[in-house]
Unconditional design. Sequence first.
Length: 256
Amino acid sequence: MAITVASHGFVSLITLDRAEARNALSLDMRDALEAALLSFDADPAKRVAVLIGAGDKAFCAGADLTAAPPPATGPAAQLDRANRALVRDLNLSKPVIAAVNGLALGGGLELALLCDIRIAARNATFALTEVKIGSMPGSGGTQRLARLVGMGRAMHLALSGDRVGADDALAMGLVSQVVEQSELAAAAMQLAGRIADNAPLSVQMTRKAIRDGLDMPLAQGLALERTLFTIIRDTQDRAEGRAAFREKRKPDFKGR
């Protein structure tokens, strides 16, 4: 199986498990990844997911270009599957952390961009390489990268296909942390654990305010923030959090 899922308390560890192919995404692997992410999001026992590539060479090298191209004609369902974006926004409600070990190229970078937080190993390399093979980013690269690092840097990377290392990625805001490769999985899981310890509804609503607010004028974003604040104001978890603070103990959040 090219996608494996391991449970660690409130955290799901999802692994692109095809190291011999630099974790490149075939159609079957893409579909299995989508299924794993949707299953995580629907599971009330899970609060955060960590996405990592198997091995020490690559997070994901993008689409599997060695696979036979899909037929140009055929049943509508088959064509729809073949023509879908390699990486789709699945409208998840819970946070996903990308632990980028090695190469994140083309669709692999687009997959990392789709995640909420990116942590990189010191050997990580990032690039949108599609223009080098007569293509272009088609799974959000032109849109999410510019929103994250600014138009100038996005233009540089997307039009040249140049690769950048972990330190440069950190400097431009593409990743939020760089660690030694041997520490990457542990660092990502520890961050996931800290997030999972927080009130689940608070995490989900805060995530939604940030993600949705990016596409809004400031006044509209502030209104969204206040609406979401109101939604969680009377939750059991908020009452529990305030009580735990007064009583100097760790809160026991239930996601209610």
